[in-house]
Design a protein around this ligand. Sequence first.
Ligand code: IPE
Ligand code: IPE
Ligand code: MG
Length: 229
Amino acid sequence: MSILKHLAIIMDGNGRWAKQKGKIRTQGHKEGINTLREITTWCAKNNIAYLTLYAFSTENWNRPKTEVDFLMKLLEKYLIQEKQTYLENNIRFKTIGNIEAFNEPLKQTIQSLEADTATNSSLTQILALNYGSRDEIKRACEKIIQTKAYSKESDMGSLIQSHLDTKDIPDVDLLIRTGGEMRLSNFLLWQASYAELFFPPILWPDFTSDDLAKIIQDFKNRTRRFGGL
Ligand code: IPE
Ligand code: IPE
Ligand code: MG
């Protein structure tokens, strides 16, 4: 039976969900917050150690400014309003990605929620914010050069691993992308090298903890060989 420590989710399909309902795209993002809360608390109650969620990619800046601005405001509101959910469920909040690009109030909100939940010990929820795998690997290499961490004895693979944003987090075991599209869109390319992949057709606002439980059941029955026999 496969062990699930680290679950990663690409929360996709908000825009299509809104379109189907005759609403504007941003309504889909708003609705997606409810799924985010349900899935996160379910993971905390079901012994999952790490949950990483793709919330904003380095490529998402290419969307219209109105949508990007809406997403930034929604994120800030979510982090403020949901503080209670993190505390009540003993959830630690972390981020990966380069948050330097965000405005000062949003950065402050992120940093204070990280600090306020730092000692929580059920689930670690990791939001990928302004995250892209290529950018993460590039920043890791820059850090290695800047700090002169490399010497002739170094193992470059371990050095890269230990300079990634995910340095203290185990590799991804199970990766789910809702919305049915079968691509990774620059998400955790290094960390998900041996992840089991699932692409349910369900749009993110319609995705439920029952859908997740079924996928996990399926995951547990898969045989992971890691190149061996
Ligand atoms: C994912 O939903 C949410 C973000 C990228 C922030 P989309 O907005 O990509 O929804 P679709 O894929 O257009 O339906
Ligand atoms: C991936 O979804 C990013 C997030 C879910 C945050 P996108 O909808 O941005 O990906 P593409 O553009 O379809 O590849
Ligand atoms: Mg999408």
